[in-house]
Write a protein that binds this ligand. Structure first.
Ligand SMILES: Cc1ncc(COP(=O)(O)O)c(C=O)c1O
Length: 380
């Protein structure tokens, strides 16, 4: 048996998404910028996808821009939001994804903004009083705080954070990569200026994504070239990816509560077994709390063990389980998680992020717990 519990890194594509994409790899190959019928047909597929995404998120099609993924969308919102709106100060947290953190650090290094980090406690909760203090000292800031953390699963309240940013006339960007397709986003009624998505996190294709920017907070383009994406992103569109991400989002919304109850059931079951079977087990961040964390993520902290020191992910892999230590690293190397570091994590313990999808089963959870028991020498 091989078990895939790394769905926060990426998910398997839904067959129905693949089916929707195939015609755009075969018969519909026109360039969407061409005015002839081959082109027009493909242009119409892109605009249909944009309309679908906008409809699902209660946004206007003019507010949706397709990108190559979450990283590009984060970069666009942050870099161009700062430039367009003449912003000189930015606020983020030390546990953001590197798509946000490294982008803002680069902006600070280039002297475009000064950067403040809002405090988080040992559970990864944002200190909202500190956020308010920072905003009071620096009104009109670019504030980038994620909806949910990809490593520890903590969910932040977009309403509370967004209203605070609004009060101090800031620009509020939220990295919603881990919640898009898993939770409902009613963008007309959320106090956010921009949010993002990566299609591969909800059974869509890799290399697909989109950026939402509120109508009254327009920003300059990040990539210059042709007039694609209404002059916001030059370059021939990833038509296949665009068709795929829209289909994936449509499927996600079609039965979101069904998916949630299945996945949340698995997470709850997993927590119960782990607490019962592995002495000294703990959970990082708020991931144990079903009402405060992503139903797709459980970050487990295992007691010190000589046999598994620095080797747990490797050992799990050998036993047929794919999980992760944090965000997937492009080199494949295991580098310490900046998120766990910010939480003053005890490095004697081993941490594993297990993340689930609608394709996981109870049997896979049983199998994983059995393997953990073996690795931790729990007498079966
Ligand atoms: C919170 C968060 N932001 C951004 C990204 C980057 O998204 P993409 O892989 O689509 O570029 C990820 C992916 O791991 C993520 O989890």
């Amino acid at each position: 048996m091989r078990v895939y519990l790394d769905n926060a890194a990426t998910t398997a594509m839904d067959d129905r998404v693949v089916e929707a994409m195939i015609p755009y790899m075969k018969e519909h190959y026109g360039n969407p910028s061409s005015v002839h019928s081959h082109g027009r047909q493909v242009r119409s597929a892109i605009e249909k996808a944009r309309k679908k995404v906008a409809e699902l998120l209660n946004a206007s099609p003019a507010e949706i821009f397709f990108t190559s993924g979450g990283t590009e969308a984060d970069n666009t919102a942050i870099v161009c939001g700062i430039e367009t709106h003449g912003i000189t100060h930015a606020i983020t947290s030390p546990i953001e994804h590197h798509a946000v953190l490294h982008t803002l650090e680069e902006c600070a290094k280039k002297g475009k903004v000064s950067l403040s980090l809002v405090e988080v406690n040992s559970q990864g909760e944002i200190n909202l009083d500190h956020l308010q203090e920072l905003l009071k000292q620096n009104p009109k800031s670019m504030v980038s705080l994620m909806h949910a953390n990809n490593e520890i699963g903590n969910i932040n309240d977009l309403n509370t954070m967004g209203n605070l940013v609004k009060e101090y006339e800031g620009f509020f960007h939220s990295d919603t990569v881990q919640t898009m397709g898993h939770y409902v986003h009613d963008l007309k009624n959320l106090p956010v200026d921009s949010v993002v998505a990566g299609g591969h996190k909800f059974h869509g294709p890799k290399g697909s994504g989109f950026l939402y920017v509120r109508k009254d907070k327009k920003i300059h383009p990040f990539i210059y070239g042709g007039a694609q994406e209404r002059n916001m992103r030059g370059g021939t569109e990833n038509v296949i990816g665009i068709v795929g991400i829209a289909k994936a989002l449509e499927l996600a919304y079609e039965d979101m509560s069904g998916h949630q109850s299945h996945i949340e059931g698995l997470k709850k079951y997993f927590i119960g077994l782990l607490k019962n079977d592995i002495p000294g087990i703990e959970f990082n961040g708020l991931s144990e709390h079903l009402d405060k964390s992503l139903y797709t993520v459980l970050n487990v902290s295992l007691p010190p063990s000589e046999e598994n020191r620095g080797m747990l992910l490797f050992n799990l892999d050998l036993h047929g389980i794919s999980a992760s230590g944090g965000s997937a690293c492009s080199s494949g190397a295991t580098v310490g998680s900046h998120v766990l570091r910010a939480l003053n994590h005890d490095y004697e313990r081993e941490s594993v992020r297990f993340s689930f999808s609608r394709f996981n089963t109870k049997e896979e959870i049983d199998f994983t717990v059995e393997k953990l028991k073996e690795l931790y020498g729990v007498v079966v």
